[in-house]
Design a protein around this ligand. Structure first.
Ligand code: GDP
Length: 299
């Protein structure tokens, strides 16, 4: 991740403002905020969020009792305010669904092709399987040639039971049959992988709605490639409108993602990130914590 660059840049902005401190406290704060705004925008955080954040930080600093820019305490206050405001942004406003033992929990995945959906399905299946849930995988991607083979190979390697079809072309039917089979066999976590295709075509969203209607998921998860940058806001809003996902998995956090896109996606949909993908291997998967994400973001 190159996220740490943002932290370095914010620290530089703070240090430079402190050392070139103007007589006027407000001017010093504004000069510093200008550099922070630039650093956030260049990290792909959405412009509206950046300005809202800027205003919140400004209000906090101007309201603070010390109102002096030249001591270590002020520096700490600035860093804490930036940290807290960023945490608020990545902390979705709703609580994610948590699968329950001895219940049949259906989890449906949505996201664009290449985002890391199939990989993340297996990672999540392994996560729950390791915690004692009887877990199965359903491949409802009949659009991409090789999708079933990919899920099958992942599932065999991870020893997770799977369901799919080489002949059935209707993804809704495959999803329905797969979920019904696993339900009959008393599986506790049933994960449904769907097609992603490349563009946000109308049919893709229609297909997601239809699959959702037959499998009736307890949770829908959108998979988002962390390196998507500014496109994250619009993409996640489009998926939210059609699939009303309740959680996000952020993938490729090991890549050169700047991370700002992720912040924008959470803020635009008010939906929490639950896990992050940190590599191609099935165990490269971590529970998401806003504080540790922002700590990394700030370096
Ligand atoms: P799908 O089309 O959305 O199902 O995406 P895939 O699961 O096939 O993943 C697309 C590519 O991204 C594959 O080469 C995966 O190995 C890779 N990938 C998925 N998640 C991660 C991740 O967290 N980190 C890295 N570096 N690669 C990932």
């Amino acid at each position: 991740m190159v996220l740490a660059d943002l932290g370095k840049r914010i620290n530089t902005a703070v240090n430079s403002a402190l050392s070139n401190s103007q007589d006027d406290y407000t001017t010093t704060v504004d000069v510093m905020l200008k550099s922070i705004v630039t650093a956030l925008l260049e990290s792909d955080v959405n412009i509206k969020l950046v300005f809202a954040l800027r205003n919140n930080i400004r209000t906090s600093l101007l309201d603070s009792k010390s109102r002096s820019i030249d001591n270590a305490q002020t520096k700490k206050l600035i860093q804490k305010t930036v940290f807290d405001e960023l945490c608020k942004l990545v902390d979705g406003e709703t609580e994610p669904y948590v699968p329950k033992k001895r219940k049949q929990n259906v989890i449906m995945f949505v996201g664009l092709q290449g985002s890391g959906k199939t990989t993340s399905c297996t990672k999540l299946a392994v996560y729950y399987s390791k915690r004692g849930f009887k877990t199965g995988l359903v491949c409802a991607d009949t659009f991409r040639a090789g999708a079933f083979d990919q899920l099958k190979q992942n599932a065999i390697k991870a020893r997770i039971p799977f369901y799919g079809s080489y002949t059935e072309t209707d993804p809704v039917k495959v999803a329905q049959e797969g979920v019904a089979k696993f339900k009959k066999e008393k599986f506790e976590v049933i994960i449904v992988d769907t097609s992603g295709r490349h563009r946000q075509e109308e049919e893709l969203f229609q297909e997601m709605v239809e699959i959702s209607q037959v499998v009736k998921p307890n949770q829908t998860i959108m998979v988002l490639d962390a390196s998507i940058g500014q496109a994250a806001e619009q993409q996640s809003k489009a998926f939210k409108d059609s699939s009303d996902f309740g959680a996000i998995i952020l993938t490729k956090m090991d890549s050169h993602a700047k991370g700002g896109g992720a912040i924008s996606a959470v803020a635009a949909t008010k939906t929490p990130i639950i896990f992050i993908g940190t590599g191609e291997h099935v165990h490269d998967f971590e529970k998401f914590s806003p504080k540790s994400f922002v700590s990394k973001l700030l370096g």
